[in-house]
Design a protein around this ligand. Structure first.
Ligand code: GDP
Length: 140
């Protein structure tokens, strides 16, 4: 299986509750390698741009407010089938629908404050990685 890269975000609800290490452990245990990582606080403008695809959704303003409410950890995960493996480790967007053992089930507070983001396709992974990292910042 071809090696892929995907963008992962540990969201403010999780950094606030000191869950960064516990979440990273889930990724590493599944064989995903962290090839770039940084902690930052998104500005409103950056969060709006990152979630622009949801601009017309009723939860957009609330989502932008949530994503700027505290620090996030953004990282590039690499491995065979990394996009799908990451989504599997994350679990369903809505913790009420998430399978046992997933990050969503074990850590998420709500459908919005759901602890992690993961790219949903190869195309969005490339866009989202470029949003946060330059080529020089990613371990070759
Ligand atoms: P993803 O594919 O799991 O990233 O989910 P979406 O792209 O559909 O939504 C992006 C993010 O918006 C999710 O990770 C949640 O943080 C938030 N979100 C999704 N659906 C809802 C909703 O119905 N209400 C609220 N408040 N937030 C939502």
């Amino acid at each position: 299986m071809a090696s892929e890269r995907t963008l992962s975000i540990i969201k403010p609800d999780a950094t606030k509750r000191n869950l960064t290490g516990a979440i990273i452990d889930r990724f590493e245990r599944r064989g995903l390698r962290i090839v770039a990582q940084k902690r930052l606080r998104l500005t409103t403008e950056q969060a709006e741009r990152f979630y622009a695809v949801h601009a017309e959704r009723p939860f957009y303003r609330s989502l932008v407010r949530f994503m700027t409410s505290g620090p996030v950890v953004v990282q590039v995960l690499e491995g065979p089938d990394a996009i799908a493996v990451n989504r599997e480790v994350m679990g369903a967007t809505d913790p009420a629908k998430a399978a046992p053992g997933t990050i969503s089930k074990d850590f998420a507070e709500s459908i919005e404050a759901n602890s992690v983001h993961g790219s949903d396709s190869a195309e969005t992974a490339a866009q989202e990685i470029a949003f946060f990292f330059s080529a020089l910042e990613i371990d070759p």
